[in-house]
Design a binder for this molecule. Structure first.
Ligand SMILES: CC(C)(COP(=O)(O)OP(=O)(O)OC[C@H]1O[C@@H](n2cnc3c(N)ncnc32)[C@H](O)[C@@H]1OP(=O)(O)O)[C@@H](O)C(=O)NCCC(=O)NCCS
Length: 275
């Protein structure tokens, strides 16, 4: 997440993020967060988002408890991809007047992206057989299905089908993503959108959705292969996360050649008790 944020910061910084380190040049902890100006709404935890990576968990609580690092007076989201972060964050939050909602999900990345950003391949777990454009066909093949890039006008229907969000603030977030990062959708022969997915400011590909009547026909798999090809051609690293019980999404990830990383995907939604 931190890598993805910095990847986009050095490419124009469309989300106006900034980077904090514990020391320089030998830093152990990196936090990315929005600059002050975009964090004006104390209740917008979509915008008030912090991404954390640390090699020194001992010192992490002392860093996180500083109000100059994290503005604990706001509703906010902290995200990271390291086991052990939860204990440290809970230690900090225990002394704050903040209600925390923690979720852990499965983290998926393709091997070439993983090799690109890290050298420790031992963390990879075994993948299943990988689908390719040659061996995947729609169960009901129809050459009229067309893959296109989403634009901001599609934000409403992405938001309406995003399981956890569906409010004005999430709509604003989706619009910002669509204005700055690629999103993909598949059109049926009549030109109606039937499946889509978008990328957000840490290069996570998320909010994937396929209309129920089209699920289980490998249409999403076909769309995924094409999206991945596009991202590789444009040199954009990417990753995905899936909830533990979402069996079809896990199958989809594995069929697309994604590897499961044992570090997991972690998120803490924090709301001051007075809200
Ligand atoms: C997750 C989702 C996008 C999968 O789309 P889909 O169209 O069903 O996926 P596909 O038909 O392309 O299938 C991909 C793989 O998943 C398998 N699969 C599909 N539905 C399945 C189900 N209900 N149970 C188990 N496996 C399933 C397919 O068999 C295929 O694997 P295979 O090639 O090994 O047979 C779709 O179910 C969806 O939109 N769900 C609601 C929103 C959501 O959960 N989004 C994902 C957020 S991470």
């Amino acid at each position: 997440m931190v890598y993805g944020s910095i990847f986009n910061i050095i490419r124009g910084n469309p989300f106006n993020l900034e980077v904090l380190v514990d020391s320089w040049p030998d830093y152990q902890t990196v936090i990315t967060r929005p600059q002050k100006q975009p964090m004006m709404d104390d209740k917008d935890h979509y915008t008030n988002t912090y991404h954390i990576f640390s090699k020194d968990f001992q010192k992490l609580p002392a860093i996180l408890e500083c109000d100059s690092v994290i503005n604990w007076k706001q509703s906010l989201t902290i995200e990271g991809c390291q086991n052990g972060l939860n204990e440290k964050i809970q230690d900090v939050v225990a002394f704050k007047s903040v209600k925390v909602d923690y979720s852990k999900r499965f983290l998926y990345m393709t091997e070439d992206v993983f090799k690109f950003i890290a050298s420790n391949a031992s963390k990879l777990m075994k993948s299943n057989e990988v689908a390719s454009l040659e061996n995947v066909t729609f169960k009901r093949t129809n050459n009229n299905f067309k893959l296109s890039l989403l634009d901001v006008s599609h934000a409403e229907f992405v938001n309406n089908n995003w399981k956890y969000r569906q409010n004005e603030k999430s709509l604003r977030f989706i619009k910002r993503c669509l204005q700055n990062f690629p999103g993909f959708y598949l059109l049926d022969p009549e030109g109606n959108p039937i499946a889509w997915t978008i990328m957000e400011h840490t290069n996570e590909v998320r909010m994937g959705y396929t209309l129920p009547e089209y699920q289980g026909r490998r249409i999403t798999q076909w769309m995924g292969i094409n999206c991945m090809q596009y991202l590789k051609e444009t040199n954009m690293p990417f990753y995905c996360q899936v909830e533990s019980m979402n069996e079809s999404a896990h199958r989809l990830m594995k069929s697309l050649g994604f590897q499961l990383l044992d570090s997991g995907w972690h998120e803490w939604k924090c709301v001051p008790v007075e809200f």
